[in-house]
Ligand binder design. Structure first.
Ligand SMILES: [Cu+2]
Length: 469
């Protein structure tokens, strides 16, 4: 038998039993993204550590950063006890690289690998996360930032400062011993309500994050909500943030006294740090009970202060042509039903009409258009290049963050009123009784998931797909 790397490894493993032998060796130079159990200090020091699952042994996972138009290549190595796959959230990606386990690719089994290789076409703030049992795997820590820099150096920060900081927010449900509350993974009460809300919010994995800044500098903050259920209203008092992008996409500049991030949503803001800053500047989050708590702070990093920024914040360059062609779009409706206090009586499951009791027994308590998560047929099909206008109707008692894979969309209206900003997004928060109208060009061929990004909702019925081309 010729001696190949494979046989060499097999031989070495069987005869030498070398404990330090790497499980994988790659002839190419593709960077490895390894998912594996790890330990993190999430609770304050002195409270013990938290066993988690992570990419690269850290939370959040290692930042993946490229310029727009460049390739992202990662050899995903699954050292988890479960199958997994990596979804590159918000990227207009080729379908085979989308990372939806069991849908665009086979789940990567424990011990297995998968090569991700795609072009990141649009600059912006994105993220990557597990897309297999994501309600569990993301809750355990499998998420990281994916930053696509502007192809040309953006001059919005020119002058005295060019810095930026990525702030990845997460929500953990910890026990008193600081371990994750594993007994409630998959809890149907959580799923039929807001989802698995945690009790500990972190920024970049830390419960008391101190983001070093330089006094007088103009700073771009990239905020990412990686929580699986928690909607995060955020405030940066004393900083007068200017919103420049949502979900990676440039927006019309505006003041953003309060920034509301649903799970999976991102916001880029520019802040001017006062040269006279003499105390940490808190980052506040509303717990949902109109109670603002400090979840981190910008602190003086000790560098020589800069003179104050005097020029206006500049908009990011618009990078995409988005002539939506709204004269005769394909019209679609996505009606959300179910959940606690939702009044869902019946829905289709397994191709059969079921009553609510049967749905609960099957752990499918939500429905899109009367279907509780069946995947045998798409919600709709669209010809390549067709403009689709979709009405998102929330007939439930809960908020939902609706995410389209492979595409971004424009928010046309909210609650029947035209949206003045017409932001482009990949995830939109839809409140009860407030229909949202979106439109997008179905320009990315393939089969794409469409789901609620409250990941317990996704797992219990709020999942469907659409086909382009
Ligand atoms: Cu939902």
């Amino acid at each position: 038998m010729p001696l190949t790397r494979r046989t060499l490894l097999a031989t070495a493993a069987s005869t030498l039993a070398a404990p330090a032998l790497p499980r994988f060796a790659w002839a190419d130079d593709t960077p490895i993204l390894r998912a594996a159990p790890a330990v993190a200090q999430i609770a304050p020091k002195g409270y013990g550590t938290t066993p988690i699952w992570s990419y690269g042994g850290m939370i959040p996972g290692p930042e993946v950063r490229v310029r727009a138009g460049e390739r992202v290549r990662r050899r995903f190595v699954n050292d988890l006890p479960q199958p997994s796959a990596v979804h590159w959230h918000g990227i207009r990606i080729t379908n085979a690289m989308d990372g939806a386990a069991g849908f665009t690719q086979d789940p990567v089994p424990p011990g297995g690998t998968f090569g991700y290789d795609f072009v990141a076409p649009d600059p912006g703030t994105y993220w990557y996360h597990a897309h297999a049992r994501s309600w569990e795997q993301v809750s355990r820590g499998l998420a990281g930032p994916l930053i696509v820099e502007e192809a040309e150096v953006w001059t919005g920060l020119e002058g005295a400062a060019t810095r930026e900081a990525t702030l990845m927010l997460a929500d953990w449900r910890l026990q008193e011993d600081a371990a994750l509350h594993e007994a409630s993974f998959g809890d149907l009460h959580d799923w039929s309500h807001a989802g698995r809300l945690g009790n500990t919010v972190t920024i970049n994995g830390s419960i008391d994050a101190a983001i070093p800044v330089r006094r007088g500098e103009r700073l771009r903050l990239r905020l990412i909500n990686s929580a699986t259920a928690r909607v995060m209203p955020l405030r940066l008092p004393g900083l007068s943030p200017v919103l420049i992008a949502l979900d990676g996409h440039p927006v019309a500049l505006r003041a953003a006294e309060e920034i509301v991030l649903a799970p999976a949503q991102r916001a880029d803001v520019v802040v001017d740090v006062s040269p006279e800053m003499d105390a940490p500047l808190p980052i506040l989050m509303d717990t949902g009970r109109d109670e603002w708590i400090e979840i981190g702070a910008l602190v003086d990093g000790g560098e020589t202060p800069l003179p104050p920024q005097d020029g206006p914040v500049r908009a990011l360059p618009m990078t995409m042509d988005h002539a939506l062609g709204l004269t005769a779009p394909q019209e679609e409706v996505l009606r959300m039903e179910g959940g606690a206090m939702g009044g869902l009586r019946r829905a289709h499951l397994g191709g059969v009409d079921r009553d609510f009791r049967e749905l609960v027994a099957a752990r499918r308590v939500w429905a899109f258009n009367g279907v509780a998560g069946d995947m045998d047929a798409p919600a709709f099909r669209a010809a390549l290049g067709r403009t689709v206008r979709m009405r998102l109707v929330n007939d439930t008692a809960w908020a939902h963050g609706i995410h389209l894979h492979g595409h971004h969309f424009e928010v046309l209206s909210r609650g029947g009123r035209p949206d003045p900003h017409r932001d482009r997004r990949d995830t939109v928060l839809v409140m009860p009784d407030e229909p949202v109208e979106i439109a997008f060009i179905a320009d990315n061929p393939g089969r794409w998931l469409l789901h609620c990004h409250m990941l317990g909702h996704q797992a219990s019925g709020m999942l469907t797909w659409f086909e382009v081309g």
